[in-house]
Design a protein around this ligand. Structure first.
Ligand code: SF4
Length: 225
């Protein structure tokens, strides 16, 4: 929208017809509905990492059951365990053999640095080199465990933006969307907006959207289309 400037960079940004002003308006609307989420239910960087791996291809309910089994164990405790023992703890989250390998690879990478709170240089690039770590997982860990400036784009984000803005985005647009969000929002806002989009997508803008209950419908292209 001409004449309106990005509050972070001072420049107007736009991707596939979604601009910083409309994104910020959407954020204001969605936070009015749900309030601040203080999202990512984790008490420590270790729990963020565990959750980021365990949540792949399963529901958060299953992840919670596995996280309860891991509670109280340090990264060193987990690394000392045999593959079989660790697998039995994370079994409720499914795909436990693969997830055990991915979790172990991540914990080995962070060995010694997790508890110290220091952030590895080139964190995102290095995470992306690890087994079982795709962009969404790397960005979730970087943002929520290490407070790094980044944004995880998940399938909920794509679906919601496509409906709300009448866009035609796919996961191939990951990097463009990530940088659009990073240029539009502060770090603390990025943590919130990811949580808010996921919350809205689980409660209302589901696979079959419940538009009649949606307080965003006045401005939604899908509803008004
Ligand atoms: S109006 Fe419908 S499609 Fe649009 S955001 Fe709400 S639930 Fe989703």
């Amino acid at each position: 929208m001409k004449g309106r400037e990005n509050t972070v960079t001072g420049k107007t940004v736009n991707f596939r017809g979604i601009n910083d002003y409309s994104l910020r308006q959407l954020f204001k609307g969605i936070i009015r509905i749900y309030g601040e989420q203080h999202w990512w239910p984790a008490e420590s960087p270790l729990q963020v990492i565990e959750g980021a791996i365990l949540t792949q291809n399963t529901s958060w309910k299953n992840v919670e059951r596995a996280l309860i089994n891991l509670k109280g164990l340090s990264s060193r405790d987990l690394l000392k365990m045999s593959p079989g023992d660790l697998q039995s703890l994370i079994r409720p989250a499914g795909f436990f053999k693969n997830k055990e390998k991915s979790l172990r690879s991540l914990l080995s990478y962070f060995d010694g640095t997790l508890e110290s709170g220091s952030i590895p240089l080139n964190l995102r690039d290095e995470l992306l080199e690890l087994r079982g770590v795709g962009k969404e997982t790397a960005d979730s860990i970087a943002l929520y465990a290490f407070n790094s400036l980044t944004f995880p784009v998940d399938s909920y984000t794509i679906r919601f933006l496509n409906r709300f803005f009448g866009a035609n985005l796919t996961m191939n647009d990951y990097e463009h969307l990530r940088s659009l969000f990073m240029r539009c929002f502060q770090k603390s806002e990025l943590m919130e907006i990811h949580g808010l989009i996921d919350e809205h997508s689980k409660r209302i803008c589901r696979k079959v959207p419940d538009c009649s209950s949606c307080q965003l419908r006045t401005d939604c292209m899908y509803f008004n289309g």
